[in-house]
Design a protein around this ligand. Structure first.
Ligand code: NAD
Length: 359
């Protein structure tokens, strides 16, 4: 990476984590890192593409898609040329394109490992969507390749750049309301498309992999610890949709000194909460995990942060790390691996009839 010597003062710090803001004045397209989006489904179309029009340090420089019918939309919407559109057969030729610095994997979960590794081996940094892989073994393989080829691997943990979540982390670190003792974290929705890959086991479907991971994340970044043990139970409605994958899972994670996180996820119930129970007060986010407007309050006050584009801040935070070595907000592959270890243990506990498993 040649170019860039940007203004390093653009980041504000909350709890030691950075929230890049719009003070950043780089609008020079040539100096931005080029991002290639791989997989042009709903998240790329509705969130990442638009975010890349707001980023200060990144720009959309290519897409990878197997669907010719999507070409026109991406060409018109983002001014891409034919030469900037790749498919899965010529994927490896991105290696020759110097305009691509970061490859962003936005594919079904079972394809994350394969395409992250391919992109790393093409000499590109990678952002991989959550969950980073099908299990911890795959996640470890990805990290190993990233180290071997000396290219960075990041995970699409956008909430690490959201001001509401950063504020909650600050309360926990600073003990603003005393010690944190209980975390309640729930994320679920009623999945409507019966044919979605998220209902297929071989694709890495299921509520836990899709949205339960946000509850694991919240419990981990608020306590600032890894759980010591957990127990989990699965509940199934009688809908045939859930023949292959988990529907509702409720689990409990124990941390040091009696701290506990009670978590739930579901594909048949709408939930979107984070409650932090401190000795002398509480903080509550609802909706907590949305990429639109998070909202919340504490036992003392309403929280009123302006709405930000989480994806733009997340990608700029990563670019600022790659360009200026300003630490990113803990969105590296190792962070993704820690979640995969817990996901594996949740399934292990379910398979052992909700027995407590040690981590
Ligand atoms: P989607 O189904 O809308 O998009 C997936 C894309 O992959 C589609 O364009 C599809 O054509 C393409 N694809 C390529 N090969 C495929 C194959 N063999 N089978 C099926 N599809 C194939 O899914 P999505 O909601 O965009 O999710 C993609 C990834 O992004 C998932 O890992 C998901 O967890 C993640 N995601 C993250 C967030 C977030 O807030 N961070 C939000 C939504 C999705």
């Amino acid at each position: 990476m040649k170019r860039r010597n940007f203004n390093k003062t653009f980041a504000t710090s909350i709890a030691g984590l950075t929230l890049s803001n719009n003070l950043f004045s780089n609008n020079d397209k040539k100096n931005k890192l080029g991002v290639a989006l791989v997989g042009l489904g709903s998240y790329s179309k509705n969130a990442l593409g638009p975010a890349l029009t707001e980023t200060k340090l990144c720009k959309l420089s290519a897409v990878v898609t197997g669907s010719i019918e999507k070409h026109d939309y991406w060409k018109k919407q983002y001014g891409l040329k034919d030469s900037q559109i790749y498919n899965y057969e010529n994927f490896n030729s991105i290696a020759e394109n110097d305009e691509i610095d970061i490859v962003y994997i936005v594919l079904p979960n079972n394809m994350h490992k394969e395409f992250s590794i391919k992109a790393l081996e093409c000499g590109k940094h990678v952002i991989c969507e959550k969950p980073m892989a099908m299990n911890a073994v795959e996640a470890e393989e990805m990290i190993k390749v990233s180290k071997k080829v000396k290219k960075d691997l990041f995970i699409g943990y956008r909430l690490h750049y959201d001001p509401y979540h950063l504020e909650c982390i600050k309360y926990c670190k600073n003990e603003t309301f005393g010690k944190l003792n209980v975390v309640l974290a729930e994320f679920g929705y009623g999945i409507s498309n019966n044919n979605h890959w998220k209902l297929k086991k071989s694709y890495g479907g299921g509520a836990l992999m899709d949205v339960g991971i946000y509850a694991i994340q919240a419990a981990r970044y608020c306590t600032g610890e890894e759980p010591i043990s957990l127990s989990a139970k699965e509940y199934k409605t009688n809908s045939k949709k859930f023949n292959e994958v988990d529907d509702t899972i409720v689990w409990q994670m124990e941390f040091s000194n009696g701290k506990v996180a009670n978590c739930a996820t579901s594909f048949s119930a709408s939930m979107n909460n984070l409650h932090l129970g401190f000795e002398k007060g509480f903080a509550k986010l609802h909706p907590a995990y949305t990429w639109r407007k998070v909202s919340g309050y504490t036992s003392k006050k309403q929280l009123t942060f302006p709405m930000i584009n989480q994806q733009a801040y997340h990608m700029d935070g990563i670019a600022n790390y790659l360009i200026n070595k300003v630490p990113h907000n803990n969105v590296g592959g190792e962070e993704g691996l820690k979640d995969m270890i817990i996901i594996d243990k949740i399934f292990e506990s379910i398979n052992k009839n909700s027995n407590t498993v040690l981590l």
